[in-house]
Ligand binder design. Structure first.
Ligand code: ADP
Ligand code: MG
Length: 189
């Protein structure tokens, strides 16, 4: 089956010794893909450069190799896709299409705040996928800050409720892998 990923990263390429806050066993369990069979979600939280996108893509690669349909989008791209389809009166069809992939990676939630309308469209998607298909979400914001992202605590709570009901959260605390060589060279502190 076709995998729609922007680039390929694998779990084998991931250096777990660099990021000790990640429980290796949890990632190994996820790589077994029972979360996909059960339509459960994965939330990867942490500051920039700690490997959130890498791990999200690597899990999607595993799922694609196992024959599941996967799709990768930035959250920004998802929101503009939903808004456009609403303007063009084909929101239902678009939501249906986005419910189809067994694994949907939504990358980079939290960099841009959403309007209420955008947040409610996002909620509709999460609600459709709930208990049917897995969503892997990455964010640089902790759950407490989600109210701010969605501009509305009620919608934020409803989204968190669906997303986290059956889910695994990895809270990655550590240094940016992007900066490690620069840091070593004394270019940043
Ligand atoms: P984030 O999404 O958390 O900002 P990325 O997943 O994009 O971070 O990681 C930044 C870069 O560093 C990517 O090229 C990624 O492959 C690499 N990287 C991050 N963490 C590791 C790691 N522990 N081992 C190997 N490569 C890593
Ligand atoms: Mg990223």
């Amino acid at each position: 089956k076709q995998a729609r990923l922007p680039w390929i990263k694998t779990l084998e390429q991931f250096d777990f010794s660099f990021q000790p806050s990640i429980d290796h066993k949890i990632v190994r369990d996820l790589a077994g893909l029972s979360f996909v069979e059960r339509g459960e979600n994965v939330v990867l939280l942490g500051p920039p450069g700690v490997g959130k996108t890498h791990l999200a893509v690597a899990l999607a690669v595993k799922a694609a190799e196992a024959g599941h349909r996967v799709l990768f989008m930035t959250l920004d791209r998802l929101v503009s896709t939903l808004m456009r389809s609403r303007q063009e009166n084909r929101l239902d069809r678009q939501l249906q299409q986005l419910t189809y992939p067994k694994v949907l990676v939504l990358d980079e939630m939290g960099y841009l705040p959403m309007t209420r309308e955008e947040a409610s469209l996002f909620f509709r998607l999460i609600n459709r996928r709930y208990e049917r298909a897995s969503t892997i979400l990455t964010s640089n914001k902790s759950f407490m800050d989600w109210g701010e992202i969605f501009g509305d605590q009620v919608i934020a709570t409803a989204i968190l409720d669906r997303l986290l009901h059956h889910s695994t959260t990895l809270n990655i605390k550590g240094e940016s892998y992007r900066l490690k060589d620069k840091r070593r060279a004394g270019l940043v502190t």
